[in-house]
Write a protein that binds this ligand. Structure first.
Ligand SMILES: [Fe+2]
Ligand SMILES: [Fe+2]
Length: 311
């Protein structure tokens, strides 16, 4: 009875008693410990590692600059989501007394996400001014956080479901956007930013796959099902809803303004997106996730998007 009452009271992992000792710090997942060391070695500073003087605003029209400001502001919004998600996961690692490698790595991962947010903010600012919110509230649904903070503190959500959805799925989508833009943009400052962010994102993705490969064999069929459901929600309701790409958002007056802004930024070589060039990239990302997760026993269904069809 007392046990049932205790469980009923546990609505967040923070309701569990804190236990710090014995404090184990030796490496248990060497590959993740290596990522921690690589991150520590590869820090950069947007104020000094980017030659902002190369940004020549006179080359661009007023409309292109407005579009690019919108694009870079939106990038800052999505990076800033990770600033709170990352420490929420950190609390989970500590409360669940998981491998110390996860805790060490995520301290730097959080810093990296902060740096990405600041860099995108600086770019928007230098292009004429950071924009603090979407054109219309209605578009917020496509760019707001994906609920990871709450999930991370929920004892009924397996950690693996969050890592598979947030890191393996969402960060792969983000990575493919950066990879494509790094080659496609012509502005030297925009290109440098994508290069620097990508350097960190490679490790973020590697963390997710390494951890899942390490954990997946130990998961119960119920936990595995929850992993599958979380990834499906992330792909269908977050990514294919425009989280990283405005043109994927449901068509409405607000999202059309975002798409128009992206096109202007794209034409200027300052960022943005071009739907026709990105469709095959999104299809490839989904196929890669499906192929990579199949050996775990996670089966991703065929998704559908009005602008892409089945994928
Ligand atoms: Fe990031
Ligand atoms: Fe990231």
């Amino acid at each position: 009875m007392a046990q049932i009452a205790k469980q009923a009271a546990e609505i967040s992992i923070l309701d569990r008693p804190e236990q710090r000792f014995p404090l184990k710090l030796a490496a248990q997942i060497p590959k993740i410990r290596k990522l921690f060391h690589a991150s520590a070695k590869n820090q950069w500073d947007p104020r000094t590692d980017i030659d902002w003087d190369l940004l020549e605003l006179s080359k661009y029209t007023e409309a292109q600059l407005r579009g690019a400001r919108e694009f870079w502001s939106r990038r800052a919004w999505s990076e800033s989501g990770a600033i709170s998600e990352s420490p929420a996961l950190q609390i989970r690692f500590c409360q669940d007394r998981l491998e110390p490698d996860l805790q060490l790595y995520f301290t730097i991962r959080t810093q990296e996400e902060s740096r990405h947010a600041e860099t995108c903010f600086m770019m928007a600012d230098k292009l004429g001014g950071y924009i603090e919110e979407p054109y219309e509230n209605i578009y917020q649904k496509s760019v707001s956080t994906h609920g990871v903070r709450k999930m991370a503190l929920d004892p009924d959500t397996p950690l693996e479901a969050i890592i598979a959805a947030l890191v393996c799925a969402a960060e792969e989508f983000a990575f493919d956007v950066f990879k494509y833009l790094r080659e496609a943009v012509t502005d030297p400052v925009a290109r440098k930013i994508f290069q620097l962010i990508m350097r960190d994102e490679v490790r973020h993705c590697a963390f997710g796959w390494t951890y899942m490969d390490y954990r997946v064999k130990k998961l119960s069929p119920e936990a595995l099902k929850k992993v599958e459901e979380a990834v499906i929600v992330m792909v269908r309701d977050v990514e294919l809803n425009g989280y990283h790409r405005a043109w994927l958002a449901p068509e409405n007056p607000a999202s059309l303004l975002e798409v128009k802004a992206d096109r202007l930024a794209w034409d200027a070589g300052l960022g943005g997106t071009a739907e026709e060039l990105e469709i095959p990239i999104v299809v490839k990302t989904v196929k890669r996730l499906r192929r990579r997760m199949k050996p775990w026993g996670v089966n991703l269904p065929t998704f559908n998007h009005p602008k892409i069809g089945d994928l």
